[in-house]
Design a protein around this ligand. Structure first.
Ligand code: HEC
Length: 157
């Protein structure tokens, strides 16, 4: 018998490997519902390694800083930074990306990473990680039914 595997068995091995290889690239075997709910939980509670805290404008006790600290009501309500400047609701925000910020084209993921590194003082989850995917899913759900209006020029062809 030949020491080399037959082409048929190689093809069979490739066919059985392929779905596993694709699955390994996906963050987690989530349903969309789990991704959106997971993102909502991260939004309200995750610290991303930050040790910062803040005192709510209408409160006395210091609380740990999360997305929720600046983007109130799960991002639905109008928000404000800890120093009191107002922020618009995040409803519809995902539908406005990519957009230009400080002379750079920024995607939704990059905006989230910017808020975690800058606003929260934490370590942003890697692009394509389960946590980043869940946050994108949650913010996209907040734009459900909103007009898709990325701040981009029309295509040239
Ligand atoms: C310390 C306050 C602060 C925290 C905490 C914070 N953000 Fe933000 N966020 C801002 C500010 C200020 C802006 C306005 C744009 C900018 O300065 O980047 C913003 C803008 C955004 C936008 C774009 C809104 C738009 O209409 O274009 C998204 C999306 C967003 N934040 C998501 C998040 C998420 C998700 C988290 C938590 C992981 C978070 N932010 C945590 C302050 C914060």
């Amino acid at each position: 018998m030949s020491p080399l595997p037959s082409s048929a068995s190689v093809l069979l091995a490739l066919a059985t490997l392929a779905p596993a290889a694709v699955a390994a690239d996906l963050p987690t075997p989530h349903s969309l519902r789990q991704a959106v709910d997971g993102g909502a939980a991260l939004f309200s509670h995750a610290r991303f390694g930050s040790t910062r805290s803040y005192t709510p404008l209408d409160g006395f006790n210091r609380r740990p800083l999360t997305c929720e600290a600046c983007h109130s009501g799960g991002g639905v309500g109008p928000g404000h930074t800890p120093d009191g400047s107002t922020l618009p609701s995040l409803q519809g925000a995902a539908a406005r990306f990519p957009q230009l910020r400080g002379g750079r084209v920024v995607t939704l993921e990059q905006q989230i990473a910017h808020c975690i590194a800058g606003g929260l003082g934490g370590q942003p989850p890697a692009a394509g990680s389960a946590a980043m995917t869940d946050l994108v899913a949650y913010l996209s759900a907040l734009s459900r039914g909103r007009p898709f209006a990325p701040q981009l020029p029309a295509p040239t062809r």
